[in-house]
Design a protein around this ligand. Structure first.
Ligand code: NAD
Length: 488
């Protein structure tokens, strides 16, 4: 396989300038670990403080910019992402390991997110004139309720969707008149930098948007701790989310978390079994299972349990696992060596706790040295760790349920609550499930992974905290409400 371009100019973007740092790092291609994708600058706390101060100063101007100006900036960013989805998709596939079609689709979605919030800046953005006008209970007094920008927003993101997750935080933050300091995950600096490079040419005032690449412990923590960061939007693991929540909450800044999932796909006896297997394969294994919305628990009604497992096993056997850029590959590598080792350790845990092995779970060798593994399927009991803890890799388990009621109880028997799906032809059960699954998103006869860009995204219980992301509901987090009284 021929190696692609090495990105060597991957620097911080602080106060409208590209800056080097005292230390550097590299990102490598998980499909071919001999290929360096980027050499990047690693920021420290001093640079983080400079970026945060620049964002604070820029806020004074940007928060009073016109809705049209904000819309123009976001529209321009969205248009470039859409126009360059192929070359940026290639970068994403090389740095994170998603297959090329998955990566191109993610970049396109990031473009659509910016386009959506370009419209939102005018339709419902802070300062766009929306809000409520009410009569007071007192004679002659008028009230209006309006939204204003919050201030400096810290954006901390994971590696698994390095274009679209930053997009769905940065776009609404800017649309509503906030300034931004963005810290991407360490595995994917070039994707964060490529997005920042597009934003840097969109005619924003210096300091309105800043990029800091570096460690969570130093740079992420600087955003969490700084009294100048007014709102912090974090997507990542539940454990880090908990730390962020405690620290940001304690200093009374706004905080929004999107953390892990242990999502269920329920398959009832009356389901179209081929469609259900399709939903399971897509939801549990595509993007190597590295999606917070992945269906890692397949809860199947006894009457179709064995038939479902047999069909799913057949499908898993037929999947092609390989280099993310190769045509016809269904599943790319997992993101790095540590994740591969963790996933294989989960296979060991599953075997040790007595789960019945159905398929896969082995490290694979390919023409290039990469982090490849076969998708794994086990039959588990509800108490097994593989049925309770987030794995974030291509491993799913099947749980048997006697009937719909037991399936729903199993679905809700988890500390997480991001999304849940059901495959059924019963309108009664579908409607009941939509109301009673304790999650933020439900899917009927659809995979749990794969969502739209213009509607709320997020979860309940251990999967999230604070207002939802995306769509019009994003205003809840990226604005603050002001109530004005006036004697008429
Ligand atoms: P992670 O928690 O290791 O890292 C996420 C981000 O937090 C990174 O940028 C990291 O550098 C930073 N970070 C780490 N320690 C920090 C600290 N002390 N202070 C501030 N920032 C810190 O998560 P990950 O491994 O990158 O991503 C995988 C996790 O993300 C999974 O648990 C997955 O479920 C979750 N995720 C959730 C959603 C969702 O919307 N619910 C979406 C995608 C991923």
């Amino acid at each position: 396989m021929i190696h692609g371009e090495i990105h060597q100019n991957v620097r911080q973007y602080i106060n409208g300038r590209w800056e080097t740092s005292a230390t550097t790092g590299v990102s490598v291609n998980p499909s071919d670990t001999s290929e360096v994708v980027a050499e990047y600058a690693r920021a420290d706390r001093r640079q983080a403080d400079i970026a945060i101060r620049a964002a604070t100063e820029a806020f004074a101007h940007w928060s009073h910019s016109t809705p049209q100006r904000r819309a123009d900036v976001l529209d321009r960013i969205g248009a470039e992402l859409l126009a360059r989805k192929d070359d940026l998709g290639l970068l994403l596939a090389r740095e994170e390991g998603k297959t090329l079609p998955e990566a191109v689709a993610e970049v396109a979605r990031a473009g659509q997110v910016f386009k959506f919030f370009a419209g939102e800046a005018i339709r419902g953005g802070a300062g766009s004139g929306g809000g409520e006008n009410l009569a007071s209970v007192r004679a002659g007094v008028q009230i209006d309720v309006t939204r204003e920008p919050v201030g400096v927003v810290g954006v901390i993101t994971p590696w698994n969707s390095p274009f679209v997750i930053p997009a769905w935080k940065i776009a609404p933050a800017l649309a509503h008149g906030n300034s931004v300091v963005f810290k991407p995950a360490e595995l994917v600096p070039a994707c964060g930098w490529a997005l920042a490079e597009i934003i840097s040419r969109a005619a924003l005032p210096a300091g309105t948007f800043n990029l800091l690449m570096g460690s969570g412990r130093e740079v992420g923590q600087a955003l969490v701790d700084s009294p100048l960061v007014d709102a912090l939007s974090f997507t990542g693991s539940a454990a880090n989310g908990e730390r962020v929540l405690q620290a940001v909450g304690l200093r009374r800044a706004k905080v929004q978390l999107e953390t892990g999932g242990k999502n269920a796909l329920v398959v009832l006896a009356d389901a179209d079994l081929d469609r259900a297997v399709d939903c399971a394969v897509q939801g549990a294994y595509f993007s190597a299972g590295q999606r917070c919305t992945a269906s890692s628990r397949l809860i199947v009604e006894s009457a179709v349990h064995d038939a479902f497992v047999a069909k799913l096993r057949q499908r898993l056997k037929a999947l092609t696992i390989g280099h993310a850029l190769e045509r016809g590959v269904d599943i790319g590598p997992v993101a790095d060596e540590e994740r591969l080792a963790q996933n294989l350790a989960w296979v060991g845990i599953a075997r040790n706790e007595g789960a019945e092995h159905v398929w896969g779970g082995e490290a694979l060798e390919r023409a290039t040295t990469g982090h490849y593994m076969s998708p794994a399927l086990f039959l588990a009991k509800p108490a097994h760790r593989i049925a309770r803890e987030e794995i974030f890799g291509p491993l799913a388990c099947v749980l048997r349920a006697d009937d719909y009621d037991e399936a729903l109880a199993l679905c809700n028997d988890t500390p997480f609550g991001l999304c849940a799906g059901i495959c059924t032809n019963s309108l009664k059960h579908a409607m009941h499930f939509r109301r009673h699954a304790v999650v933020g998103m439900t899917m009927v006869n659809l995979p749990t992974a794969g969502v739209d860009f213009h509607v709320p995204f997020g979860g309940r219980k251990g999967s999230g905290y604070g207002p939802r992301e995306q769509g019009r509901h994003a205003a809840e987090f990226y604005t603050t409400v002001k109530t004005g009284y006036m004697l008429a």
